[in-house]
Ligand binder design. Structure first.
Ligand SMILES: Nc1ncnc2c1ncn2[C@@H]1O[C@H](COP(=O)(O)OP(=O)(O)OP(=O)(O)O)[C@@H](O)[C@H]1O
Ligand SMILES: [Mg+2]
Length: 239
């Protein structure tokens, strides 16, 4: 479904991705792991075709979606037509709006029954239903993370990109979040998840890629990467 071929991307003169290649099949969960500054968020922003200066300029290679290049696709069409949605680092919800307002706004690409999808999101995250009329900036960090994922679901995406969904979550909530992602995947959603928490990401994912300073240095099934001594040493705290 998604084929990234020798992708190079830069911020101004500084190259952040030095030619990375990976692919994602429909219905898969694929994770990109790596340390700070490896280029994980850069990769997701490039896939979403977001614009500089926050996002990189692609300087080489290609991104194919169902076989066709999306390098010239506008970001709003990536969301609206290709149905690929990003839950960004730092969540980016509208703090001065309520939970339900945030969810309804996110449904702009939703051509189906948004009311039904709202019920679905509230079923998936009962905490959001309880706090429906609460201003979003007064939600806890974990609840805001749920709202960010809920917004992505309201967009009726078929490919969900998540940038560090575990960030700031207590262990129990983090496991809840990953269980929810697994459930969404079981229902057919394709997921690309970027994580610094390599262990939980590799446990969840069908396949993973390890990114190190703008290059892919390892790839394999989630299970096989968890077993590799060099991955254990560098990304799993040696355990
Ligand atoms: N808007 C920007 N302008 C200039 N350089 C940037 C910009 N965003 C990221 N970079 C640089 O690109 C490189 C890759 O950054 P990126 O945000 O993709 O890393 P990351 O793997 O997501 O790291 P983290 O785990 O800390 O979020 C870093 O060296 C970073 O400083
Ligand atoms: Mg990042």
């Amino acid at each position: 479904m998604l084929n990234v071929i020798d992708l190079k991307a830069s911020y101004g003169k500084i190259e952040a991705l030095h030619g990375i290649s990976f692919h994602v099949r429909r219905g898969e969960i694929v994770t990109l792991i790596g340390s700070n500054g490896a280029g994980k968020s850069t990769t997701l922003k490039a896939l979403m075709r977001l614009k500089p200066p926050e996002s990189p300029t692609v300087t080489g290679g290609d991104i194919l979606f169902n076989g066709a290049s999306i390098l010239n696709t506008e970001s709003h069409n990536v969301v609206g037509k290709l149905r690929m949605t990003l839950v960004p680092e730092g969540r980016q919800i509208f703090g001065n709006l309520t939970v339900v307002e945030n969810l309804i706004l996110a449904a702009w690409t939703n051509t189906g029954d948004a009311r039904k999808d709202l019920d679905y999101v509230f079923g998936m995250f009962p905490r959001l239903a309880e706090r429906m009329r609460q201003r979003s900036d007064t939600l806890s960090g974990g609840e805001q993370q749920m709202l960010a994922v809920g917004r992505a679901l309201m967009s009726k995406c078929s490919v969900l990109l998540l940038d560090e969904p575990s960030m700031g979550l207590a262990p129990l909530l983090m496991y809840d979040m990953f269980r929810t992602l697994k459930q969404l995947n079981d229902e057919g959603l394709t997921i690309i998840v970027v994580e610094q928490n390599a262990r939980i990401a590799l446990q969840l994912a069908d396949r993973g890629y390890v990114l190190d300073t703008g290059e892919i240095v390892a790839e394999g099934t989630g299970k096989s990467l968890l077993q590799r001594p060099e991955i254990k040493a560098a990304y799993l705290g040696g355990a």
